[in-house]
Design a protein around this ligand. Structure first.
Ligand code: KIV
Length: 268
């Protein structure tokens, strides 16, 4: 299998879409420059500046309070740190639901003011018109179906989505609207596999098993830094939360005992 990973230039949305059937795509969320640099250097295909920052950065119970200005700010920080990965900015709650025109205006702000290469928005059939409008204006769009966290209050919680007919119609609708890829969240493995076979754009799973074209995780979950919620689908590839706490404890000890700063950290 050939691997369309551009070695000498940043990843584009068309590169990302062309990877379907060639190789599996890895995506992580990040919200700041330093983390973006680390993930970019690790070779991740795309960095999603998710509105999950409402929980991970801001400490809210869900993502609904996040504003477009906050998304622009964090996406700009990430874009500065990503030299190769595709940077995708998430459209926050009520920035795209009111009308396709206001959705386009807000997506345009996110792209122009943050240097994002693409935007992501939640919803299948119900957001197809907004996706179409953005794509016609030259904005690459990643869609998001299955569990859509911005609708968590209507859904009644973070629940697995099993309505196969609706999910298939959603996947087809976002593909026809011109999305270059689609996140599939909290869907049983076999159904996610059926969606992946049904459409020609890459499916990026989260809580959707191993039959998608790629995978996304919240960076802080994968690093073992975020404990407020621990969904079953998260695998912790590191324990940076524990390491950070131990480092902070060692710092407090050394400051209190007077061993830090030592001569090597001081000026004569
Ligand atoms: O906001 C986010 O981080 C997301 C991913 C979990 C897909 O939408």
């Amino acid at each position: 299998m050939s691997a369309p990973v551009p070695a000498d230039r940043p990843m584009t949305a068309p590169d990302f879409a062309a990877a379907k059937g060639q190789r599996r795509l890895s995506v992580l969320t990040a919200y700041d420059y330093t983390t973006a640099r680390l993930f970019d250097a690790a070779g991740v295909d795309a960095i999603l500046v998710g509105d999950s920052l409402g929980m991970v950065v801001q400490g809210n119970a869900d993502c609904l309070r996040v504003t477009l200005d906050e998304m622009i700010y964090h996406t700009r920080c990430v874009a500065r740190g990503a030299k190769r990965a595709l940077v995708i900015g998430d459209m926050p709650f009520l920035s795209f639901q009111l009308s396709p025109e206001s959705a386009l205006a807000n997506a345009g702000r996110l792209i122009k003011e943050s240097d994002a290469q693409a935007v992501k928005l939640e919803g299948g059939q119900r957001t197809a018109a907004a996706i179409e409008r953005m794509v016609a204006a030259g904005i690459p769009v990643m869609a998001h179906i299955g569990l859509t966290p911005q609708s968590v209050r209507a859904i009644g919680g973070f629940k697995v989505q099993r309505d196969a007919e609706r999910l298939k119609a959603d996947a087809k609708a976002v593909e026809s609207a011109g999305a270059f890829s689609v996140v599939v969240e909290c869907v049983p493995t076999e159904l996610a596999g059926e969606l992946t076979a049904l459409i020609k754009i890459p499916t990026i799973g989260i809580g959707a098993g191993n039959q998608c074209d790629g995978q996304v995780l919240v960076g802080a979950d994968m690093l073992g830094m975020f404990d407020d919620v621990r969904p079953k689908f998260v695998k912790r590839f590191g324990e940076l939360g524990a390491a950070a706490r131990q480092a902070a404890e060692a710092y407090c000890r050394d400051v209190r005992s007077g061993t830090f700063p030592g001569p090597e950290n001081s000026f004569r």
